[in-house]
Design a protein around this ligand. Structure first.
Ligand SMILES: [Zn+2]
Length: 333
């Protein structure tokens, strides 16, 4: 399914998996300064000029893919050490870990995540402390990536700027809901089975593009967009627990958050239908809702973003190539 899954066999550590903790570990809410899940939309023509350069960059990122499997150091990392990359880590049971001094959640059987934001610097430091007291320090080179500029016109101006008092109130209420939904995360490693595309079709917007909406510079695109007809089922890309399911957010429209554990969370925007509720346990591939054009959108599509410890990462890197047969079916979108 995904590259990550394909490489799962590389992990050859001998630790026995202890049962996960039953109670969810509370995690401090993100600071207010953390960028909200950005609402977005898509356009057709402006993307064409940048798509070729983006595809070239993706191919280069694939070449840079690095896999570490170093039993001597008791750390295995799978994924891309690149801006926007999410890396699956495995070490010995009982270890603790930090990334650039920030404590990471590590499962009882030694699994952890590393994420690198769009603007991450050229290096990062991973420190693992084993139960026997030994410490492993690994300097990681983080490759940079170009991000296209994405101009989108024709958006409802009331969703872009010049908000009324009532709209600002609604935006503030929505923000509180999102913050509350992110305040808790599961200790389980639901992410460990890898990720697949929630919807298949033409990719109409890429992670990290600089967005210019109705001529106004906005925050970079927070996720990936897939063009699909309203009503197309949206499937959970991995297992998890629903943390938010709201049909009417100001920017996002119909919005679902799924907690994949260890502070990794998917968001699905602009949904026309929501089939789940907060607290639901979701299996990978389960239908959670349907594609729509609610909130700030110019047409029906599915927006998927992935956030790890408050840092947005690129879903396209973990979902891998879009299935070709499905692509053919969506030609003409
Ligand atoms: Zn989007």
């Amino acid at each position: 399914m995904t590259k990550l899954l394909a490489m799962a066999g590389l992990i050859a550590l001998s630790g026995c998996a202890a049962a996960p903790k039953s109670a969810a570990e509370a995690v401090a809410p993100e600071a207010a300064a953390v960028a909200p899940v950005a609402a977005e939309a898509e356009s057709e023509a402006p993307m064409l000029a940048t798509k070729a350069s983006y595809d070239a960059a993706m191919a280069a990122a694939d070449e840079r893919q690095r896999v570490f499997d170093d039993p001597a150091m008791s750390i295995s990392l799978q994924g891309e050490l690149v801006q926007g990359g999410l890396v699956f880590g495995q070490t010995l049971p009982g270890a603790t870990a930090t990334l650039d001094g920030e404590p990471l959640m590590v499962s009882d059987d030694g699994r952890f995540l590393l994420g690198f934001g769009r603007d991450h610097g050229a290096s990062a430091l991973l420190v693992i402390k084993h139960v026997d007291g030994s410490v492993v320090r690994r300097a990681l080179d983080i490759a940079s990536r170009p991000f296209p500029v994405d101009r989108i016109d024709g958006l409802d101006q009331s969703k872009v700027s010049g908000f009324t008092e009532a709209q600002l109130k609604k935006i503030a209420v929505d923000k509180e809901k999102k913050t509350a939904a992110r305040a808790v995360t599961a200790p389980e490693t639901f992410w460990a089975g890898g990720f697949s595309w929630p919807v298949t079709g033409r990719i109409s917007g890429v992670f990290g593009s600089q967005r210019i909406l109705n001529g106004e510079a906005k925050t970079p695109h927070s996720g990936v967009d897939v063009a699909a007809a309203t009503g197309t089922p949206v499937k959970a890309p991995a297992a998890g627990i629903v943390r938010l399911a709201d049909p009417d957010m100001y920017f996002e429209g119909g919005l679902i958050f799924i907690d994949h554990g260890q502070r990794l969370e998917s968001a699905f925007l602009h949904l026309s239908r929501i089939d789940v509720k907060p607290g639901d346990r979701i299996e990978a591939g389960q239908v959670i809702g349907a594609v729509g054009a609610t909130g700030r959108a110019t047409g029906p599509h599915m927006h998927w973003s992935l956030k790890w410890m408050g840092t947005l990462v690129d879903p396209q890197l973990v979902a891998g190539e879009m299935p070709q047969a499905e692509l053919a079916g969506s030609a003409g979108n």
